[in-house]
Design a protein around this ligand. Sequence first.
Ligand code: DOR
Length: 446
Amino acid sequence: MGAGSRILLVNARLVNEGAVREVDVLIDGERISKIQPGVAAEAGIEVIDLEGRYLLPGLIDDQVHFREPGLTHKGSLATESRAAIRGGVTSVMEMPNTAPPTTDREALADKHRRAKGRCFSNYAFYLGATNDNLEEIRRITRSHACGIKVFMGASTGNMLVDDPAALEGIFAHAPLPVVTHCEDTPTILANEARFRAKYGESVPMSAHPLIRSAEACYRSSSLAVDLARRHGTRLHVLHLTTARELELFEPGPLADKRITAEVCVHHLWFDESRYADLGSRIKCNPAIKTRDDRAGLLEGVRDGRIDVIATDHAPHTLEEKSRPYFEAPAGLPLVQHSLQLLMELYLSGEISLAEIPEKAAHNPADLFGIVDRGFAREGYFADLVAVDVDEGEVVTDVSLEYKCGWSPLEGQRFNSSVHMTMLNGEVVFRDGRLVEQPRGRRLVFE
Ligand code: DOR
């Protein structure tokens, strides 16, 4: 294998751009050169028989936290991107709440130096907004970052942007898509005080969705949408968690929108009933909320108000997670299982098969303007994932690539498994074996 090699994938059921087609896919070097039934296998071509497995464009996860620099006891660009490749996620867009935070071009350059030659998936990084880095934001181009991350609610890291004038400036002048974490911090602080008065430091984990409440989410996401409407900003609201927030978004094709929404797999999977058995393992911000919220989010995926599905992969150590409510950090590791989890939602009839590549590959590619990825198309990079629905998998700690070594999905039996991942035309994961050389590339934006 390697640059210049030719690979023919035969007997694939290609799930791409709204259709499922039985085709062969010829890969010439790093790109797809032919997609059609019955491609002839000439001499020198390596043939891989997919035996009717589904083949999808590799997923593009537009929200991950890989913890480097500064928090590498939780994860690193190398460890977490290995997990991504095992899960069929071929490209990631990484968040700025590292230590130090990624709030200027030098910090972005440092991340790029660290990722080069060490990242197993393709990658890009966000610039983080602060209350006072507008001049830096204005100078950012697509060659530096994929977007501007604004924590409009405080979460892991100290990156809250709460100065109204700073928010106006960012929404008015950001030269790249603005992506927001929306939770109203004053509402959360008031809720925390109420629960502290009642329970002291021993607040139960089940209070998390009442502290990080639906009201806190709506206040903040409606403010973000209002700011974007007034300034004509290209806004992408991250990780919606409530049914009510959906009223802020429109259905319809991505190309017609300036304001889009993302949901994360854990909010489509868990509901608040699981705090009883999983406790802090599902503590995340914004919080996992009610059954009705989960149902509403799934409806938003189906009706097109939600454009993108991601993970917010956010590893913390089990020791950190075992602390009492106020000290246990929020966030869960997920990137290794997002595709299997979405396949499960498809197999149980909650989403369609075509929605998986649409929301987790095509739309993130189009939204951010990623060049030649996110679709299985002739001329595009061969970032592909083959999924087996005849062979399931139970999630166990030994199968995890995460540095933190745990998953909120341990013990879960999935009815599908990732059979093979191709990255830039190379088979990098197949039959449970990962190629040990990191092959990830820096994403390029239009
Ligand atoms: O649960 C979360 N964890 N939400 C965030 O906004 C940040 C993330 C993290 O970095 O741990």
